[in-house]
Design a protein around this ligand. Structure first.
Ligand SMILES: O=C(O)CC1=CCC(=O)O1
Length: 262
C-alpha cells in the first residue's frame, strides 16, 4: 500500500503501468475510492504511468474534520503530484474529480498537459440540494441517500447485477465526515468563469443516462474550454468507467495517442 505524507494529511495512492511512462492521474468522484478505475486501468495501453488516489475523507486517505473547500482538494492533488514528481500529466477527473481537474489546470499548467472532464461540470447541483444532503449525512449517515444516489450512478440494468452491490457498499462505507466535507466543497464551487479561460487539449465524456451531470451539462462545460471535444457513452450513468469500461478505455486511449502520451 502506498501512502504519501503531505505534512498535514496522509494520502493513499496507487501506481500501475510503466513507472517511466507518461503520467496519467485519475481523480475519482464523491463517495468512491480509487477502485473506481480498476477496470479502465486494466485496459490502458503500455507505456503510461497510471496514478490514482483517494481524495481526503475517502478510502484510505485521512479524514480531517470538514467542511472542505475545493481549493483544499485541488491543493491535495497538486501536492501529491509534486510529491511524486509528476509533470505534464493527462489529468482524468470524474465528477468532483473533474472539478479538481478544472481548478488544477487553471492553477498549475506545468502539471496538467491535457485533461479529461468526465461526467462533470463547472457547477454541479445547487447549494440548497447539497445542504440538504449534508444535513442528512450528519444526522443519519450515508445509507438513507444510497438508493437515490445509485439511480444517478447506474442504469437500471446495471443496478440488477451482482457487482452493483459492491459499488453501493463503497458509497455507504465512506466516512460521513469526509463525504459531507466534499459535498460542501462542491456546493460552493462555480468554475464557469475560470474554466472559460482554459486552453488545453480536453476530452469531455458523458454518460447517456447520467442523473447527476447529464450530457448537455457536460457538453456545455466542455464548450467553455478551447481545445475540447465531447464524447457520449451510451447505456451508462454517472460512472461510465464502471458500466462501460471498454468504451471508456477506448476513448481515453485515443486521447492519449492524440496528445502524444501513448
Ligand atoms: O453522488 C452524486 O450525486 C454524484 C456526484 C456529484 C458530484 C460527484 O462527485 O458525484
Amino acid at each position: 500500500m502506498k501512502i504519501a505524507d503531505l505534512g498535514d494529511i496522509h494520502v493513499h495512492y496507487r501506481i500501475d503501468g510503466d513507472p517511466e511512462g507518461h503520467p496519467v492521474v485519475f481523480a475519482n468522484s464523491l463517495g468512491t475510492d480509487l477502485r473506481l478505475w480498476d477496470a479502465v486501468v486494466a485496459l490502458m495501453p503500455p507505456g503510461v504511468k497510471l496514478v490514482r488516489y483517494d481524495k481526503r475523507g475517502h478510502g484510505l486517505t485521512d479524514c480531517p474534520k470538514g467542511p472542505y473547500s475545493m481549493g483544499t482538494l485541488i491543493g491535495d492533488a497538486e501536492r501529491l503530484m509534486d510529491h511524486l514528481e509528476l509533470k505534464d500529466a493527462v489529468f482524468v477527473g470524474l465528477s468532483i474529480g473533474g472539478m479538481i481537474a478544472q481548478g488544477l489546470a487553471m492553477k498549475r499548467m506545468d502539471l496538467v498537459r491535457a485533461m479529461v472532464m468526465s461526467n462533470t461540470a463547472a457547477k454541479i447541483g445547487t447549494p440548497d440540494a447539497w445542504d440538504q444532503r449534508i444535513a442528512t449525512v450528519r444526522e443519519q449517515g450515508i445509507e438513507p441517500l444510497a438508493d437515490g444516489v445509485m439511480e444517478k450512478w447506474f442504469t437500471q440494468s446495471y443496478r440488477e447485477t451482482t457487482a452493483f452491490h459492491g459499488w453501493r457498499n463503497m458509497l455507504i462505507h465512506q466516512p460521513p465526515e469526509g463525504y459531507a466535507g466534499c459535498c460542501a466543497a462542491i456546493s460552493h464551487s462555480d468554475f464557469m468563469a475560470s474554466t472559460a479561460q482554459l486552453t488545453l487539449p480536453t476530452l469531455a465524456i458523458a454518460g447517456s443516462e447520467d442523473g447527476s451531470t447529464p450530457p448537455d451539462l457536460v457538453r456545455e462545460t466542455a464548450d467553455l474550454v478551447q481545445g475540447s471535444r465531447f464524447e457520449l457513452i451510451r447505456g451508462a450513468g454517472h460512472l461510465p468507467c464502471v458500466e462501460k469500461p471498454v468504451d471508456y478505455a477506448g476513448l481515453l486511449t485515443g486521447f492519449l495517442h492524440e496528445v502524444g502520451h501513448a
